[in-house]
Design a protein around this ligand. Sequence first.
Ligand code: C5P
Length: 223
Amino acid sequence: MKSETIPVITIDGPTASGKGTIAQRVAAALGWHVLDSGALYRLTALAVIRGEVDPADQAAAANLARSLDVVFDGGRIFLRSDDVTERIRDEAVGNLASRVAAYAPVREALLARQRAFRRAPGLVGDGRDMGTVIFPDAPLKIFLDADVAKRAERRHKQLKEKGFSAKLSDLLEDLRARDLRDRSRAHAPLVAAADAVIVDSSHTGIDDTVKIVLDHWSARVSG
Ligand code: C5P
């Protein structure tokens, strides 16, 4: 099967909009693969931290991105055989990820790696630029939004459940800063593709949001 004929559903949106969970659930329902593209930026950030590289050095960060020795295995993520699944979710790693994600050489270094996830029978790609840059020919593009206070609340609850303490006001400030950086950067900013369906999940639970996406897909396939 030629790569461009393999169906892709892209799910883009701001931090903590629930994209990751929705992407996993939609992929499971369809029996498709998932690309968690944010994980690649987080892995790059972790490699910068571990390699004691100057985070402002764009070329060095791009070299790390290009040579990431990463394995995605049944929901676990390994960097050089080290299980970093939880570690890359740290707020500090997420913040650095959003900084290195603004570097054009880093984005370029991760381009082919992301497109290689397009494998039969299909792919759900979750990120910021899946529909605009990585898979512009995707037959269904979703832009998943939710208001920032709601996203901060959800992130707060998630962290508490995992036993981490975090102040809601700090999370809110962090999300605002990250949104602003993602939306205003020069390269591949966070923006809905012109042909994306906007889904606002501020007042919709996970099950209903998954259903909305699957219904859009059914309509595309049958339409
Ligand atoms: O989605 P997640 O929060 O894991 O992404 C971490 C960071 O990586 C984001 O804040 C964003 O700056 C960046 N990112 C990106 N493009 C993507 C996915 C993530 O710039 N496709």
